[in-house]
Design a protein around this ligand. Structure first.
Ligand code: FES
Length: 117
């Protein structure tokens, strides 16, 4: 195992208001990042699970975009409830949350975890 059990990246890229691609920042990714980091800390994961903000991850249409390694599972997390579900099921339970996956080709099964469909 690497230094961390899980390493989570949250896109906080921001683009100009007139950029048609939009950005995760415009879709609330700073709040998602803060809530995710605070929740990991409060649930005792400090030092075991690392969450870092990232620049554009090339899945802008699905933002806020979050990717979890080592499995490289891509999620679209729009609400605090989404974040809580991923922490409880994926991070703590080892179960991929199908309903929040970013559609393939970004969502990849790996490392023994299974994605249906
Ligand atoms: S702006 Fe977040 S994935 Fe591109």
């Amino acid at each position: 195992m690497g230094k961390y059990q899980y390493h989570i990246f949250i896109c906080t890229n921001q683009r100009a208001d007139d950029d048609e691609r939009g950005s995760c920042a415009k879709r609330g990714s700073a709040h998602i990042r803060d809530f995710l980091k605070k929740t990991l800390y409060m649930r005792g994961h400090k030092g075991k699970i690392r969450a870092n903000q990232a620049g554009c991850l090339d899945a802008c249409a699905f933002g806020p975009t979050v990717v979890i390694y080592p499995e490289e599972v891509w999620y679209s997390l729009k609400t605090e409830a989404d974040v809580l579900e991923v922490i409880e099921k994926h991070v703590e339970g080892g179960e991929i949350v199908d309903r929040l996956l970013i559609p393939k080709p970004w969502a990849k099964p790996f490392n023994g975890l299974k994605i249906e469909g």
